[in-house]
Write a protein that binds this ligand. Structure first.
Ligand code: FAD
Length: 457
């Protein structure tokens, strides 16, 4: 019997793994239902990932894009938030196993389970690149990139060796999708518009930004017209694009890249950033094995049209971690699938009726290119330039979580737009030490000693 008739006896127990867009929208769909929801996440915040690159490049603060889950869900009386990392799912006993901070193992029994744990950065089998080339998925990643980027200008300023100075002023971005394009454009913009008057021994505007991707153009998912526009804007910004390129090595001083002709070229770069691909986390493999589910090439779990795992109507997978009809890993898919999974439970415990299969409504996507310039693709409509930027602005204000964050972001963007201001650039002395350690340790060299005021060749 699929219908669950426990109402009045004991609330139906729903465990949601992940408080990203998928998990949050599932909880919202169940707001008025007689269910007891435990939303378990290893982070205490809901993160608006599409704006991570603005934290990484000093425009927004982390608090403006990460809202505490407890705060977001405080009026949802049937939701309990739990800070813990899910490490196992006992499918037969219907229990989620999680580690609380400190390592204590706890189990969470469920009647229905919604898994919305997202994806992680993929280095295509070269996880060793990660120590030199951080990806951009979490607040911690954004803060690492921020201190690497702004730290690079500081190291260039104090370097005595011109080669070293050039290396610090060279930034490599791997990946020409939205995140790669946004990072590359922002680094050129901050170098030319924000930092240009602040240094005495270097010209920040001389900073080189190299972009590498195996495909033939940036933003290919936006179609040829917008892709060409994006390429033109990036060229005008000064981004050096290398397409048909496969990165074969990354280390503290740069990267090795194989071009279309099969020749491997070395590029010296003090900062390498990775925005090239994603894969499902180990939790997906563990769950797929336990439930007998199939994973796609990126490790995402294949689901039925009602988003459940075959043979397990009590387990739904939503958002980036689900594989269905080749839907893209975007926020809108996560929101709509999360809402659907919540509604489906509502129907089951309510009148027992099943919902029509999940249908995705593509509301479009946007990517920021430069100040006042973005591309938006929505159904048959394509916008670029200032119109695209207005579309980008509307979408991001509409979906940023929390009214205060929306107002704060708009004010910050206004300052960034009119005065090229980037206020979020501070990092601590310990963080500078760590940057030096990463850079120096493999080569055992001394730290740069050039004192402020010393002239450079
Ligand atoms: C840099 C970047 C830019 C992006 N830009 C855009 C954009 O412009 N437009 C767009 O539509 N989409 C964009 N996306 C994609 C969009 O953010 C994702 O599609 C969306 O966040 C997916 O939602 P989700 O709920 O599936 O996963 P996530 O939002 O990733 O949430 C997963 C949650 O699960 C938690 N979690 C993971 N594993 C565990 C575990 N084992 N135990 C407990 N908790 C766990 C995580 O802490 C996280 O809170 C971007 C993504 C990134 C990284």
């Amino acid at each position: 019997m699929d219908r669950i008739a426990r109402i009045g006896v004991q609330p139906h127990r729903v465990v949601i793994v992940g408080g990203g867009f998928g998990g949050l929208f599932a909880a919202q769909a169940l707001r008025r239902s007689n269910v007891a929801i435990t939303l378990v996440d290893r982070a205490q915040h809901h993160l608006f990932q599409p704006l991570l690159y603005q934290v990484a490049t000093g425009i927004l603060s982390e608090g403006q894009i990460a809202a505490p889950l407890r705060d977001v869900l405080k009026r949802h009386r049937n939701v309990e938030c739990l800070l813990a990392e899910v490490v196992d799912i006992d499918v037969a006993a219907r229990k989620v196993v999680a580690l609380r901070p400190g390592g204590e193992r706890i189990t969470l029994p469920y009647d229905d389970l919604i898994v919305a744990a997202g994806v992680r950065q993929s280095y295509f089998g070269h996880d060793e690149f990660a120590q030199w080339a951080p990806g951009l998925k979490t607040i911690a990643d954004a803060l690492t990139i921020r201190r690497k980027v702004f730290g690079a200008f500081e190291f260039a300023e104090s370097a005595t060796d011109p080669d070293e100075q050039r290396r610090w002023l060279t930034f490599a971005v791997v990946g020409a999708g939205p995140t790669g394009v946004e990072l590359a454009g922002q680094i050129r913009e901050l170098a030319t518009r924000t930092l240009h008057a602040e240094f005495r021994h270097i010209r920040p505007e001389d900073a080189r930004v190299l972009m590498f991707d195996g495909c033939s153009a940036p933003l290919t998912s936006f179609g040829p017209k917008l892709s060409a526009k994006a390429a033109a804007v990036l060229r005008d910004l000064g981004v050096e694009m290398h397409f048909g390129s496969i990165v074969t090595g990354v280390d503290a001083e740069g990267l090795d890249v194989r071009d279309q002709a099969g020749t491997t070229v070395r590029h010296e770069a003090g900062t390498v950033l990775w925005a090239a691909g994603v894969e499902a986390p180990p939790l997906a493999e563990m769950l797929a094995k336990a439930a007998g589910a199939v994973q796609d090439r990126a490790g995402r779990i294949e689901v039925r049209p009602d988003l459940t795992i075959p043979g397990h109507p009590e387990i739904a997978i939503v958002g980036d971690m689900m594989s269905l009809h080749k839907l893209p890993g975007v926020a809108e898919v996560a929101m709509q699938s999360g809402l659907y999974a919540g509604r489906r439970i509502r129907h089951r415990i309510g009148d027992g009726k099943s919902l029509a299969p999940f249908r995705y409504y593509d509301l479009g996507s946007a990517a920021y290119l430069a100040r006042g310039n973005a591309v938006v693709s929505a159904g048959p409509l394509r916008f670029a330039g200032f119109a695209g930027w207005l579309g980008w602005l509307f979408i991001h204000i509409a979906f940023l979580t929390g009214f205060r964050n929306r107002v704060g972001a708009v004010l910050t963007w206004a300052a960034a737009f009119t005065r090229d201001a980037r206020r979020e650039r501070a990092f601590t002395t310990q963080q500078i030490e760590r940057l030096h350690d990463v850079y120096d340790a493999p080569r055992g060299r001394d730290r740069p000693t050039n004192a402020p005021g010393q002239s450079q060749p």
